[in-house]
Design a protein. Structure first.
Length: 118
């Protein structure tokens, strides 16, 4: 799991990023690295619940599987990449963070995180 920890720590070095968490299908935190963010459990619960809603909506729309989700709040935003096996990689960032850069890093690191969870 140290590969995952290293990847999550690297996300924290991006401008405006507070950190990242990896969740299992049932919403359990598998790994996390957060800086300047109050509670990884609060973040994981918000992500898990929103993914449940998105899953139900995706099924109704018949448009394929959900691959990524963004949540925007007044004080922070979360980008969630859906991983193989139902895991999710969520990156929490300031509202001013560069979403394009975060999405690029999610794509670049997706396979490495999936491999480390296997």
């Amino acid at each position: 799991m140290s590969d995952t920890a290293d990847i999550l720590e690297a996300f924290s070095r991006l401008d405006g990023v507070h950190g990242a968490v990896v969740l299992s299908r049932d919403g359990q935190v598998r790994a996390h690295h957060l800086v300047d963010f109050p509670d990884h459990q609060l973040l994981s619960e918000a992500v898990h619940r929103s993914l449940g809603i998105a899953d139900r909506l995706t099924g109704s729309l018949n448009q394929g599987t959900l691959t990524q989700q963004a949540l925007e709040f007044e004080d922070f935003q979360v980008i969630v990449e859906i991983l193989e096996g139902g895991h999710a990689l969520a990156v929490a960032a300031a509202p001013t963070a560069n979403l394009g850069r975060i999405r690029l890093e999610l794509r670049k690191n997706r396979k490495a995180v999936e491999s480390s969870l296997a």
